[in-house]
Design a protein around this ligand. Structure first.
Ligand SMILES: [Zn+2]
Length: 102
């Protein structure tokens, strides 16, 4: 009995609906390293990110995601760059400048 296969694009076109194809294999042509691998459709759809990636590249992506979420100090930096904060800094600099001239 030959195992049925589905490509990543086909799976995507189905909106990752696994109905009736749970025992199919999903063919992944990794978009990062070009390696072709097979996954059981059901296990592939359990992924958090349904990307066209092999196991290795997918793991890297997930690691990046964890790093990003752990790095909450970055959100403080973003807060400092908010328009209203920048505007305040700009005004205080202008004030200093005009005071120096008078
Ligand atoms: Zn890869």
């Amino acid at each position: 009995m030959n195992k049925k296969q589905i490509t990543f694009d086909d799976l995507k076109n189905r909106n990752f609906d696994t109905k009736g194809i749970t025992k199919h294999f999903c063919i992944i042509n990794c978009e990062k390293c070009n390696i072709t691998t097979k996954f059981l459709v059901i296990s592939f759809c359990k992924r958090k990110y349904r990307e066209n990636l092999c196991t290795i590249c997918y793991r890297l992506l997930k690691m990046y995601d964890i790093d990003w979420r752990n790095n909450n100090s970055k959100s403080q930096l973003i807060a400092q760059n908010k328009p209203e904060v920048i505007e305040k800094q700009r005004l205080s600099q202008l004030k200093r400048f005009s005071n120096g001239r008078s």
